[in-house]
Design a protein around this ligand. Structure first.
Ligand code: PHE
Length: 360
């Protein structure tokens, strides 16, 4: 006899065999589906009857050798289905018994037990320092403005009075977009100065925090991604004294009233005169260490009076208005504040490092 795989046909066949009937298999199926367990003993009873090697299903497999060859396939399929059904049901029963429920939604969960706490995260040190800087400057009337990280040549360089062949435009410093040399990742937040001046009329008092990018090898002291905060102050009769006073106020608030400050003459295309700002080393207290290179001083910012050419680029009349600008490194500031000696720690996301800022 050749089996075609039709259920009715198989069923008829098994009904007439001496080995086992489809009715038997159906009954077992029914029994498995209806089975309820609320204790380990009942679970064990199910296991012995339907899962163990000596189970009824095991016995059916044992009868396989007595089934004529041409019917083996269909018979095998049926007991395999039964076996899968039993195994799935067994998993279901285990879950129910573990949860203390017999499947009738009867909850035995102890609601008075304390819950297990998920570990609390902490703000990243750069976020903390950014917020502190904004808080301090907001006390003297600065607002916050932001600009894009992908910038055009005009905002990052040309409007800031960079001469056409200035070395900072060259490939070793700037990440250009390959297909369009007019577009680059901004190398400083000074680009936001231009965007603010193009869109607002003086008086302007704004702070622009953000991420900047430079093509530098990564080490303890340098990184290709870091953060700056730009300050811009434009009004009538603004002088270098205002710049100095603003920086004095900020440094004393941030690092304490004993911190010393000095301005060193410097050069930036977009400020004239320009100065770099150093503070007494917060790590060794000025006596000399590897962070301040044994000088007792650490640079925290570049600054200066906004060059008249820059004001003109942004449609502000340099005869009427003057202003100052500064750009500070946030990582540097965080390093000094919390005695961090490796720039790479800020981007590695090592939880042991980040956890230390939990209480701040
Ligand atoms: N943009 C300068 C830098 O990245 C810093 C700076 C900002 C200097 C504003 C002067 C005025 O180094």
């Amino acid at each position: 006899m050749k089996l075609k795989g039709s259920l009715k046909y198989i069923s008829n066949y098994f009904c007439t065999t001496q080995f086992s009937s489809m009715a038997d298999i159906d009954n077992l199926k029914e029994e498995i589906q209806q089975f309820k367990a609320s204790s380990q003993e009942q679970l064990e009873a199910f296991r012995i009857k339907f899962i163990s090697r000596k189970s009824v299903i095991g016995a059916l497999f044992g009868k396989m050798k007595e089934v004529p060859n041409e019917e083996k396939k269909a018979f095998g399929q049926h007991i395999n289905e039964l076996k899968n059904l039993a195994q799935n049901k067994f998993q279901e029963l285990i879950t129910q018994v573990d949860a203390g429920s017999d499947g009738e939604n009867e909850s035995k969960v102890d609601l008075t037990l304390p819950s297990s706490f998920a570990p609390l995260g902490s703000s990243h040190p750069i976020t903390i320092i950014r917020n502190e800087i904004i808080d301090i400057f907001s006390k003297i009337g600065f607002n916050v403005s932001e600009g894009p990280e992908i910038e055009d040549d005009w905002h990052n360089f040309t409007a800031l009075n960079f001469p056409p062949n200035h070395p900072a435009r060259e490939m070793q410093d700037t990440f250009f977009i390959e297909k369009n040399p007019d577009i680059a990742l901004r190398t400083h937040t000074s680009s936001v100065q231009i965007r603010v001046m193009e869109n607002e009329k003086p008086p302007i008092r704004t702070l622009s925090p953000g991420r900047v990018f430079r093509n530098e090898a990564i080490s303890a002291r340098a990184h290709c991604i870091f953060h700056q905060v730009e300050g811009l102050f434009i009004d009538k009769n603004v002088s270098f004294v205002d710049l100095k006073q603003t920086i004095y106020f900020f440094v004393k608030e941030m690092f304490g009233s004993n911190t010393k400050i000095r301005f060193r003459p410097s050069y930036f295309p977009f400020t004239e005169p320009s100065a770099e700002i150093d503070i007494s080393c917060n790590i060794c207290g000025g006596s000399g260490c590897n962070i301040c290179k044994y000088s007792g001083w650490v640079e925290i910012a570049g600054s200066g009076m906004v060059d008249p050419n820059v004001l003109t680029s942004a449609n502000i009349d340099p005869e009427e208005y003057t202003g100052f600008a500064f750009g500070m490194g946030m990582e540097r500031m965080a390093m000094l504040k919390w005695q961090i000696n490796d720039l790479r720690l800020f981007t590695e996301n090592d939880v042991r490092f980040l956890e230390q800022f939990k209480s701040l």
